[in-house]
Design a protein around this ligand. Structure first.
Ligand SMILES: [Zn+2]
Length: 279
C-alpha cells in the first residue's frame, strides 16, 4: 500500500478534530466544551483553561470550527458544525498544566516561524519530495513536549494509556514512548489545516476490496508541519516521516543543532476532500 491509496478511503470513524480556515464543524459529545472537567495531563478534576492546540502564536488565531461524527447507515459520517473566531482551542487543560506546556510552546512557535520564513524563500515543496535541513541552537525536548502536550489535551484517552508520558511533558523528565506509539514529523504544505484527537481510518483496496485500518492517536496538519502519533508499524501511511519520539529522552532546556530529514506530505488534502463529500 502506498500513500496514494488514501484516495480509496471509504470511511472515517470516531473523528474529533478542529479545522482552521475552512468550513465549520460542530462537536458531538461534550469533551472540551465545558469549563469544568478533568485535565488531560494531570488528571485533576476542576476548572479548565482555554487551551489552544497548536499554540496560538503559531498561526492559530484564525476562524476555526469543531467537527464530530454522526451515524448514518451503520457508518460514522463527519458532522459539520459552527464556525468561530479565535483559532483551534477548547477547555482541555487546567491552568497550571496549560502554563507548563506554554513554556514548551515557545520553542514550537520559534520553529514554526523559522520554517514558514525559510519556506517562503524557497520553491514550493511538492508531495513526495525529500527535504533536509539543520536547525541550529534548538531545543527538541521542548518542541516535542509542546506537540505531545497538545495531542494529549485533544485525546484524553492518552493520559490513561501512558501516564508516564503525560507526567514527563509536565516535568521535563526523560521518558520513552510506548513501543506501539511513534511520533512522526513530515513537512506539509497545503491550505487545509486541521487538528485531530483520535481517529480510525479504514482504507479499502480498490482492486481487492480488502480493508485495513489505522488508528491515529493525534494528528496536526499544520503547515509547514505534519505531526502524527501513530502505530510505528504503519510506515506505509507516512513513509518518509521523521521519527521524533526519542526527543522525549532529552530535557526541554537542552540546546543543540537538530538535523532534519523528512518527506513532504500532500495526502491530507484527500482526507478533506472526502469530508467535504460527506456534507
Ligand atoms: Zn492539569
Amino acid at each position: 500500500m502506498t500513500t496514494r491509496r488514501l484516495k480509496d478511503i471509504v470511511d472515517v470513524a470516531g473523528a474529533r478534530y478542529r479545522q482552521s480556515m475552512q468550513e465549520g464543524f460542530r462537536p458531538l459529545g461534550t469533551y472540551g466544551i465545558s469549563r469544568t472537567g478533568t485535565c488531560a495531563l494531570c488528571g485533576i478534576y476542576g476548572p479548565l483553561s482555554k487551551t489552544h492546540v497548536p499554540p496560538e502564536k503559531a498561526g492559530n488565531h484564525q476562524p476555526a470550527a469543531t467537527m464530530g461524527t454522526r451515524a448514518e447507515e451503520g457508518l460514522a459520517r463527519v458532522q459539520p458544525g459552527t464556525f468561530r473566531d479565535g483559532g483551534t482551542w477548547m477547555w482541555l487543560l487546567c491552568e497550571p498544566c496549560n502554563r507548563k506546556v506554554g513554556k514548551h510552546d515557545e520553542e514550537f512557535i520559534r520553529w514554526w516561524y523559522g520554517m514558514v520564513r525559510s519556506w517562503s524563500e524557497t520553491n514550493e515543496p511538492k508531495p513526495g519530495e525529500l527535504r533536509a535541513g539543520r536547525l541550529p541552537n534548538s531545543q527538541p525536548g521542548a518542541f516535542v513536549r509542546s506537540v505531545l502536550g497538545g495531542m494529549f489535551a485533544f485525546n484524553p484517552h492518552l493520559r490513561t494509556r501512558c501516564p508516564d508520558v503525560a507526567a514527563a511533558v509536565l516535568s521535563g523528565d526523560p521518558v520513552a514512548l510506548p513501543s506501539d506509539l511513534q511520533l512522526k514529523m513530515s513537512l506539509y504544505w497545503h491550505s487545509n489545516r486541521y487538528v485531530l484527537g483520535q481517529m480510525t481510518i479504514v482504507v479499502t483496496e480498490r482492486d481487492t476490496w480488502s480493508s485495513t485500518s489505522l488508528s491515529v492517536e493525534g494528528e496536526w496538519a499544520w503547515p509547514p508541519f505534519h505531526l502524527a502519533l501513530v502505530d510505528p508499524n504503519r510506515t506505509d501511511f507516512w513513509p518518509d516521516a521523521m521519527d521524533i519520539s526519542a526527543w522525549m529522552l532529552e530535557a526541554p532546556d537542552t540546546v543543540r543543532d537538530v538535523e532534519m530529514r523528512f518527506g513532504v506530505l500532500g495526502v491530507n488534502d484527500l482526507y478533506m476532500s472526502r469530508f467535504r463529500n460527506d456534507k
